[in-house]
Design a protein around this ligand. Structure first.
Ligand code: PMT
Length: 419
């Protein structure tokens, strides 16, 4: 694929060299367009050596090839990392004062921005308004990570790790041509109480492959998450649903995107979260995945004396997507974040106690606690939930009731948090 990597003038420009490496090692052809400011951090020889291509920042070099039009038109994906506050502002305003901003205007492919800047700059209403504008035009903005910034200070504003940016881009490349992709947004009901709100829902259960035929998974059917998405759309919201391994029809009026693994779900959520006012994490996400993937089917041992031998499967932890969303949001008011807790209870500890501990740990605004078991909640048409709120507000109980009714109650409570 033809990738254009735009590099803004921020200290995190050096991380874009690692991102460039990830693209080339995965067989992509990358043209790097640094801004003039970016070249003060990382020089032209680094970009051209790593990409194997000439590198320019202005529109006055190799004019006979009309690069300011050609690069954008031929790109399969345009990613800007780091996207500085200045670059976001120029992109939002539609300026075309260097090669990168010209290319942004001519590109018709998916565009991914990975902002990086100081927390104050990121949270400034001007920057947030520019991000809103870019998202409304169809760009994907990966929320900055939280952590150590250039100086001794910490907070949201760090460039996400190159692997995270790469995964979001890979996801965009795989899904951008799909009729179920982001362009298929339906028109919401203008009369409902969710009219004007944008709701992102995850549903189903992730599968973590061991080999081409086996995976680690869970019993989620997606019914509860699909019911939330369907009811939100019926109440006037624009709804995006990220669906992991669900065998249900698409809810009417909902834009559906499919994923398989926790890492794919994370990439899809990160690509969409900047768009959302409310995120409902109903998906059952695997906490662990196999450390290695066998390219061909794992075979039983037939060696004499080893017929009973069984392999040991090493696992590695998956990222906690929900906790990551809360951290990335920082002190911002939106998106409102709703987590779910599927609990079986433990000797001496009730489902509600476990839920309260999880709410404190994850830091989301609401936690929908449901008791699960082999024949309980998972895959059933009914559910019983306790919706826990922060700041000591009383919990809201619902059910036993159909999952559509439970979805209504969850949306009623979330609506009060949205304001
Ligand atoms: O799909 P159904 O058959 O209708 O069943 C509905 C349901 C039981 C799956 C649903 O109501 C539910 O409880 N979903 C969350 C299940 C779950 O993964 O719970 P958890 O306690 O492991 O995770 C807590 C929260 O963190 C969840 O919001 C989950 O999406 C999120 N999470 C978990 C792990 C991880 N690595 N990243 C996450 O974001």
């Amino acid at each position: 694929m033809n990738i254009v990597l735009g590099v803004g003038g921020g200290i995190a420009a050096y991380k874009a060299a690692l991102l460039l490496r990830l693209f080339t090692e995965n067989g992509h052809s990358v043209t790097v367009i640094p801004t003039a400011a970016a070249l003060r951090f990382v020089g032209e020889p680094t970009w051209s050596a790593l990409s194997g291509k000439p590198v320019h920042s202005d529109v006055w070099t190799a004019v006979e090839q009309v690069p300011h039009v050609r690069l954008g038109q031929q790109a399969d994906l345009l990613v800007i990392a780091p996207a500085t506050a200045d670059l976001l502002a120029r992109a939002a305003a539609g300026l075309a004062d260097d090669l990168l901003t010209n290319t942004l205007l001519t590109a018709r492919c998916p565009v991914v921005f990975a902002p990086a800047m100081h927390t104050e700059m990121w949270e400034h209403p001007a920057t947030q308004a520019n991000v809103e504008t870019l998202i409304a035009r169809g760009a994907h903005v990966i929320p900055p990570a939280s952590g150590r910034l250039t100086g001794a200070d910490t907070g949201p504003g760090r460039l996400p790790e190159p692997e995270t940016i790469y995964e979001v881009c890979r996801h965009q490349l795989e899904h951008s041509g799909s009729p179920r992709g982001p362009q298929a947004a339906p028109r919401p009901d203008p009369e409902g109480d969710y009219s004007g709100w944008r709701v992102l829902v995850t549903a189903g259960g992730t599968r973590e492959p061991l080999d081409p035929v086996r995976f680690l998974g869970n019993r989620s059917s997606g019914k509860q998450g699909y019911a939330v998405a369907a009811r939100a759309a019926a109440r006037g919201a624009q709804v995006r649903l990220i669906s992991a391994n669900v065998a249900l029809p698409d809810p009417p009026g909902v834009q559906v995107e499919t994923v398989e693994t926790a890492l794919e779900l994370q990439a899809a959520v990160q690509a969409a979260v900047g768009w959302a006012d409310l995120v409902v994490m109903a998906a059952a996400v695997a906490d662990y995945r196999p450390a290695t993937y066998a390219q061909s089917k794992m075979k039983k041992s037939h060696a004499p004396g080893h017929e009973d031998a069984a392999p040991t499967i090493d696992l590695v932890r998956n990222p906690d997507i929900l906790a990551g969303l809360v951290t990335a949001r920082g002190t911002a008011a939106t998106p409102v974040i709703v987590g779910f807790a599927a609990e079986t209870g433990e000797p001496g500890t009730s489902v509600l106690q476990l839920g309260a501990e999880k709410l404190a740990r994850k830091g989301c605004d609401l936690l929908v606690v449901n008791e699960v078991g082999v024949d309980k909640t998972f895959g059933q048409d009914e559910n019983t939930v306790h919706i826990l709120r922060r700041n000591g507000q009383p919990q809201v109980d619902a059910g036993p009731a159909g999952k559509e009714d439970i979805a209504q109650t969850i949306l009623d409570v979330a609506r009060t948090v949205l304001g």
